[in-house]
Design a protein around this ligand. Structure first.
Ligand code: BDR
Ligand code: CA
Length: 316
């Protein structure tokens, strides 16, 4: 059994990740926390509430609005990928459920600290809420069972700049705080997403042909990503970084290759803002003399290097 909090900047793929978790037997989604990122903050809250309703969980999972902007930087959005409403401009009706009055950071701290070692967090947005929880409650990181992060790159091209992926680029200071906070943590990068989270045009057509309420929701909300991919890369596939991260979390047999690495985040660079430095995998302690490793800095994250795309597509 898994007790889960999803931290999300709910638009497009964030919704599909939520749907995977909400439909997984044995997983209890204890809360959804919203962090500034993809689109207008209040619209993200609405999208999360609507997605719960689509999953048949309306009124059953509290949604807490959190940090509306990054710690130090001006907000940057991704409306150009997901549409103005984040849902390919489907303009869904307002959900019946309303957001909680209390703040996401307090909710994260309260839920985790009253259930130490029990709560898994899936962080699929800029890391502002998680970093704020770390700053406010020093025992927070140690009390989280496992933190799954969609963010950063594996020393490869980003999606916002050549150096950086969106979630780490938007709030690099938060990402740096989180990566150095001592979480038991797994990182699912943009590099992995480019490689293994694509759903091909023919597979998207198979999903559409199911013609169920969920498949219609998926197809509609995914349309802006498909259009974006077509315009930028000339292919009608779409990438699903958040959903892949969630799928791996729900079924770790999807992990084909991973390594325990030292990950840190660049906050000073001009061209490298939000760059995630990922070391080569750390060897077992007794082999730490490897000269390439230099000082024996311990690994702080398991980095996923290869995932089972076909199995992911089946789950979707
Ligand atoms: C990440 O950025 C967001 O736009 C997506 O939802 C995903 O979390 C990919 O870089
Ligand atoms: Ca996201």
């Amino acid at each position: 059994a898994m007790r889960l909090i999803i931290d999300t900047d709910t638009a497009g793929d964030d919704c599909f990740s939520m749907l995977l978790a909400l439909h997984q037997p044995g997983v209890t989604v204890e809360a959804v926390t919203i962090c500034g990122g993809n689109i207008d903050f209040d619209q993200q809250v609405e999208n999360a509430l609507y997605t719960l309703e689509v999953a048949g969980k309306g009124g059953k999972v509290p949604v807490y609005p959190g940090c509306r902007r990054p710690m130090m930087r001006k907000p940057i959005d991704a409306e150009y990928v997901f549409g103005e409403d984040g849902m390919s401009d489907a303009h869904y009706p307002r959900a019946h459920q309303r957001p909680e009055a209390s703040h996401a950071v307090q909710a994260l701290i309260d839920i985790v600290m009253s259930n130490p070692g029990e709560i898994t967090i899936l962080a699929q947005a800029p890391l502002t809420n998680i970093a704020a929880a770390v700053v406010q409650e020093p025992r927070f990181a140690g009390a989280v069972k496992h933190l799954w992060i969609m963010g950063g790159t594996d020393n490869s091209l980003g999606n916002v700049t050549p150096a950086a992926e969106f979630n780490f680029y938007v709030d690099p200071e938060a990402a740096q705080i989180v990566m150095n906070a001592g979480f038991a943590c797994t990182l699912s990068t943009w590099t992995l997403s480019v490689q293994d989270s694509g759903i091909l045009a023919a597979e998207l057509a198979d999903i559409a042909a199911l013609d169920t309420p969920l498949s219609r929701f998926f197809t509609q909300v995914n349309q802006a990503s498909v259009d974006f991919s077509m315009a930028r890369y000339g292919v009608g596939d779409s990438l699903h970084p958040d959903a892949l991260t969630c799928a791996i979390m729900l079924d770790e047999s999807l992990i084909l290759e991973s390594g325990d690495c030292v990950v840190d985040v660049e906050t000073q660079g001009r061209l490298t803002r939000g760059y995630s430095s990922v070391s080569s995998p750390r060897l077992p302690a007794q082999e730490v003399a490897d000269p390439e490793l230099g000082s024996a800095t311990p690994a702080n994250a398991r980095v996923i290097r290869r995932a089972d795309r076909a199995a992911f597509v089946q789950m979707m």
